[in-house]
Write a protein that binds this ligand. Structure first.
Ligand code: DGJ
Length: 340
């Protein structure tokens, strides 16, 4: 009697402990379902990472609801209701706490940029030391992608709520897939696929990061690159991008430059080994510099499920710069973040 009571109490205690302290994940498993600390699949696609005061914040597209094919004979294009931008936080880049919707979609005004009938993609957030504001840029589009604009929102808090300011075409240029790169000197640059995605543009942002300056450059002219992810190593700037094949995977390629507004030289595919020719069925979105490490980065990509975008998976892999200054990414089924 006493024995079974003891077993019962032990079982109840284990359930309470498991509920209150969910098991910590120790490794990243690219392409597998990645749950947040509440046990729900992370919904943050086309994402980017902000490192701020010892925490990482992951912002991404909330994909929810029906995914359907936009009837366009020229390009395959499945899309989903714009669901706003989510935010997750983490200390270790493996266990992510859901912080909620950082930028909500608009459900009532069909003319609004953030209305659920529109497209909100590839949100990226940086912090402005001088204004104390967190600034989010994102690709804003109509359902058939004819707007080709960039939207901007600000917040006093990394987890939001962000206040949407407006959208614009930088210096009158079409702008679709994008990223933001913040340099060590505090200057921030908007990289975006322009000219019907044929040519990448780089535009210096204003000092408060909320508008574009006229300092602008065309790079990778006519090379049709999208999904840009930019990082800096050893005073060189690297850009990893994909080709333009809608939600379907294609080979990645890197480009490198000695200065952002200088000459960019196109390089090879950094994804090495079997499957690398199609980026292991994924598409770049961001490169995370590992704090406390000199040459270590995480390549962050989306494995799109084009008929059910919410259930797209994340492919995160180590990215190293080899002795020749070339980025290299190799597949790993399971890997851990190196300790400092
Ligand atoms: C590829 C882009 O990289 C995605 O962000 C999305 O815009 C799809 N194209 C739409 O087809």
């Amino acid at each position: 009697m006493f024995h079974s009571l003891k077993i019962g109490i032990t079982c109840i205690a284990s359930v309470i402990i498991a509920t209150l302290c969910p098991a910590q994940q120790k490794a990243i498993e690219p392409g597998k379902i990645w749950n947040d600390t509440e046990g729900n699949p992370i919904n943050a696609h086309g994402g980017g990472i902000l490192y701020h005061n010892g925490s990482y914040y992951w912002y991404g597209e909330i994909k929810k609801g029906k995914t359907w094919l936009v009837p366009n004979p020229n390009w395959e294009n499945y899309r989903v209701n714009a669901g706003g931008v989510s935010c997750y936080s983490s200390k270790d880049l493996v266990n992510w706490k859901y912080e909620g919707v950082a930028l909500p979609a608009n459900t009532t005004d069909s003319t609004h940029d953030l209305h659920t009938s529109k497209v909100i993609e590839r949100p990226k957030v940086i912090f402005n030391k001088n204004t104390g504001k967190f600034v989010m840029w994102m690709h804003i589009d109509a359902a058939d992608y004819r707007y080709a604009r960039s939207g901007v929102a600000v917040s006093d808090n990394p987890v939001g709520p962000f206040t949407y300011l407006r959208s614009e075409q930088p210096n009158g240029n079409m702008a679709r897939d994008m990223t933001i790169f913040q340099d060590d000197d505090g200057k921030a640059y908007h990289f975006y696929s322009s000219e019907e995605n044929a040519t990448m543009h780089i535009c210096l942002l204003s000092d408060d990061y909320t508008s574009h300056t006229t300092t602008e450059k065309r790079i990778l002219i006519g090379k049709s690159r999208e999904a840009p992810a930019v990082f800096k190593n050893n005073n060189k700037y690297y850009l990893i991008s994909s080709g333009c094949t809608g939600w379907s995977p294609n080979p990645a390629a890197y480009a490198v430059a000695d200065s952002i507004m200088g000459e960019w030289t196109a390089g090879t595919n950094p994804c090495i080994g079997p499957g690398g020719e199609k980026t292991w069925e994924s598409q770049s979105t961001y490169v995370i510099p590992l704090q406390g490490h000199k040459n270590s980065y995480i390549f962050m990509a989306d494995r799109w499920n084009k008929t059910d975008l919410e259930h797209s998976r994340y492919v995160w892999l180590p990215l190293l710069i080899n002795s020749k200054g070339i980025p290299e990414i190799v597949w790993k089924d399971r890997w851990s973040i190196p300790k400092k």
